[in-house]
Design a protein around this ligand. Structure first.
Ligand code: ADP
Ligand code: MG
Length: 240
């Protein structure tokens, strides 16, 4: 579903991604781990074309991401993204946050958008907050709304960039629970995370990025129990 070949990204003189290649299949759950500043967010942002790339190739579900002829709106319908900070529109109710893009971009009717929003809010356990405003919700609730909002577009793949890093510890579990249920339903997911428990339990593959390259990747048992790369070992010794 996703092919990435020799992806390079520079910001001026800073060479952030230095040749990343990987293929991701439908229904795979990939966790990306690595030190701060190693290029993880940049990598995710390249996948849905929030960043230009310097060289290399990314295709997502048949879209050549950085081909100027690619319809970026169509691409972004395919790729849902949830960020560290809750990016809800503060002046809109939960319901309006959910139905805006599907009505605007996908031209679905208001009635069917509302039906869909209700069903997704049920799924993330927040149907009772349908008329609330973001400021009335906890961080964990806002993040669950953000996930529901991304799902409104029926994405083929979901990208998560440290979705629980900005949360108080007691709110992390409720967000991870929603992500786990998505994974169990077969959603293709790429998750940048510091939650090693999630990475170990839920991912098919763990990718360790450091200094802008994939230093090591493999099934969670291998990465966590028997890492081969010195950098992986050092990183894990600090976070586990
Ligand atoms: P991570 O998510 O792994 O912490 P990032 O992808 O956010 O790392 O950042 C990797 C490097 O790229 C950092 O050195 C960061 O300062 C740099 N960087 C990220 N975005 C920009 C930008 N828009 N302009 C310049 N440098 C950037
Ligand atoms: Mg980051």
């Amino acid at each position: 579903m996703i092919h990435i070949n020799n992806l390079q990204k520079q910001f001026g003189q800073t060479h952030v991604l230095r040749g990343i290649s990987c293929d991701i299949s439908k229904k795979e759950v990939i966790s990306i781990i690595g030190p701060s500043g190693s290029g993880k967010s940049t990598f995710l942002r390249c996948i849905n074309s929030l960043e230009e790339i310097s060289s290399g190739e990314i295709t997502v579900n048949g879209f050549n991401v950085h081909d100027p002829k690619t319809n970026l709106n169509k691409l972004r319908e395919t790729v849902g993204m949830v960020f560290q900070r809750f990016n809800l529109f503060p002046h809109m109710s939960v319901l309006d946050n959910l139905i805006l893009a599907p009505m605007d971009v996908k031209k679905i009717s208001k009635a069917s958008a509302i039906t869909k929003a209700e069903s997704l809010l049920n799924k993330v356990g927040l149907i009772d907050k349908i008329d609330a405003y973001p400021s009335q919700l906890s961080g964990g609730q806002q993040q669950r709304v953000a996930i529901a909002r991304a799902l409104m577009m029926d994405p083929e793949v979901m990208l998560f960039d440290e979705p629980t890093s900005a949360l108080d510890p007691e709110l992390v579990g409720e967000v991870l629970a929603v992500m786990k249920s998505l994974a169990r339903e077969g959603m293709t997911m790429i998750v940048v995370t510091h939650e090693m428990g999630f990475a170990r339990e839920m991912s098919n593959r763990v990718i360790f990025i450091d200094q802008g390259i994939i230093q090591e990747e493999g099934p969670p048992e291998q990465i966590f129990n028997n890492p081969q790369n010195e950098r992986t070992k050092l990183f894990l010794s600090k976070v586990l």
